[in-house]
Ligand binder design. Structure first.
Ligand code: CMC
Length: 428
């Protein structure tokens, strides 16, 4: 505890403890406020509400800082691998060489999925969005691994559920894509690393091996690291709140996938490309679309711009922009949509509307561009984000369980009708 805050209302005063985090962030603990005074606090969208104390990710939106377990995102993106970062997030420390090898071995040996999953997959029409298929497949894991239903089982059993989902999510994702385009699925290859195996699953055929380009596999690995956790965002809060009811790990993760799907969250990466394509189709007049974004009567927003917490720059966007430039150059990609993206970025960064509201390109502005260059189809972009965010969701779910957090249950300020008598149907 660090000091006290005071609320004064109607001649009464209530003292509230102030808690302080390891980076000196202060918060007023209102846990006892209602018991003392009958008051609750209200904060739609939780813009100023801390839902938990967490030791996983530190983020300073003003300074553009992002750290996983204390390690700067810049260093992790440069020096680490996605599976190493996954271990760090979930277990709290960087693995030793032996620990990492064992973790990688376990993941690699659980990539195969039960043949009966084909029956579920086959039930989806080709019009199915891969995010819907992905969340359904993750929920279906509860049927194939019924022990996973109980989150209170031994740590070894919970850990096995964690290994299984990290191993199998890329297989589900790639099979959802294959189902959509009407191609036969291919089986995982255990001699490949995590991202190379995913590329094989996506682009291989039973008759022909896909030649893995290390530039593409490395870029993908970096993208997954950048997405691996982002503290209490919409999907992570969803995972924690669903898990707080003691629903299973897979049920909680499936809910997180659905929360990520929306265009204001993970769905922004595909929305960016759809927007850039629409601008191109419309003749490429950037100013016309900028004016639409600024018009309060027009629901259009510039996708890939703005962030709830980053108000100067998104550190992930800086890393990914550099990686995008390198990948595009290395692969020799020429894409007219990229010119529109660059033009839009330049105009927006100098436009008073965007400058005053501190709206900068976020990670999804560039991730869409890079995924496109890597040959990932647009409706798979958010699926890529889900694969990246998976270890973060798991780490946050595990922390919520270990902290024995109570069931999430916000209150409300009621604004509906006061009590009134029931009116007979003939008299309405
Ligand atoms: N284009 C035009 N105007 C915008 C935009 C935008 N992309 N983003 C925010 N604004 C305006 C908004 O209209 C409001 O203006 P005013 O003060 O005049 O009413 C002001 O900026 C503040 O916006 P807000 O909606 O109150 O901010 P928020 O913190 O609730 O929303 C956001 C954050 C990310 C949902 C929003 O910026 C947005 O919709 N951006 C586009 C979608 C997007 O790129 N999302 C990906 C986020 S990064 C990936 C992730 O972590 O999920």
């Amino acid at each position: 505890m660090s000091g006290k805050a005071e609320i004064k209302l109607d001649g009464n005063s209530y003292e509230l403890p102030v808690v302080e985090g390891t980076e000196n962030e202060k918060a007023v603990d209102i846990g006892q406020l209602r018991a003392q005074s009958g008051l609750i606090t209200i904060d739609p969208g939780y813009k100023n509400t801390g839902a938990t104390k967490s030791a996983i990710t530190f983020l300073d939106g003003e300074k553009g800082i992002l750290r996983y377990r204390g390690y700067p995102i810049e260093e992790l993106a440069d020096k680490s691998s996605f599976l190493e970062v996954s271990y760090l997030l979930i277990f709290g420390e960087l693995p030793t060489a032996a620990e990492l090898e064992s973790f990688q071995h376990e993941i690699t040996n659980h990539t195969l999925i039960h043949e009966d999953f084909h029956k579920i997959l086959d039930g989806f029409p080709s019009s199915a969005h891969p995010m819907g298929v992905l969340s359904s497949m993750v929920t279906a894991m509860t049927a194939f691994y019924p022990l996973s239903l109980d989150p209170n089982r031994s740590w070894d059993e919970v850990k096995m559920s964690i290994i299984r989902i990290i191993a199998k999510l890329p297989t589900f994702a790639a099979w959802a894509y294959k189902n959509k385009i009407g191609q036969p699925v291919v089986y995982p290859k255990n001699n490949l690393d995590y991202c190379s195996n995913f590329l094989h699953l996506m682009f291989g055929l039973p008759s022909t091996d896909h030649v893995i380009d290390p530039v593409v596999a490395n870029a993908l690995d970096k993208l997954l690291i950048l997405h691996a956790d982002h503290e209490q965002n919409c999907s992570t809060s969803t995972v924690r709140i669903v898990g707080s009811s003691q629903a299973s790990l897979y049920a909680s993760l499936s809910a997180g996938i659905n929360a990520l799907w929306g265009p204001l969250h993970g769905g922004a990466n595909s929305a960016v490309i759809e927007m850039l394509e629409a601008i191109k189709e419309d003749g490429g007049d950037i100013n016309k679309w900028m004016n639409k974004a600024k018009d309060k009567d027009d629901p259009f927003r510039l996708m890939g711009f703005g962030h709830r917490v980053y108000k100067n720059f998104d550190p992930r966007a800086r890393i990914i922009k550099k990686a995008a430039d390198e990948v595009l150059e290395s692969l020799g990609v020429v894409d007219p949509v990229l010119d529109i993206a660059k033009g839009l970025e330049e105009v927006a960064l100098n436009d008073p509307y965007f400058v005053e509201r501190k709206l900068y390109p976020n990670v999804d502005f560039y991730s869409g561009i890079i995924y496109r260059a890597l040959g990932i189809p647009t409706d798979m972009f958010t699926v890529m984000f889900a694969i990246g965010r998976l270890p973060g969701w798991i780490a946050q779910w595990k922390e919520m369980r270990e902290n024995k957090e109570p069931i999430g249950r916000p209150r409300q300020v009621y604004t509906g009708a006061n009590q009134r008598p029931y009116v007979d149907i003939n008299k309405r």
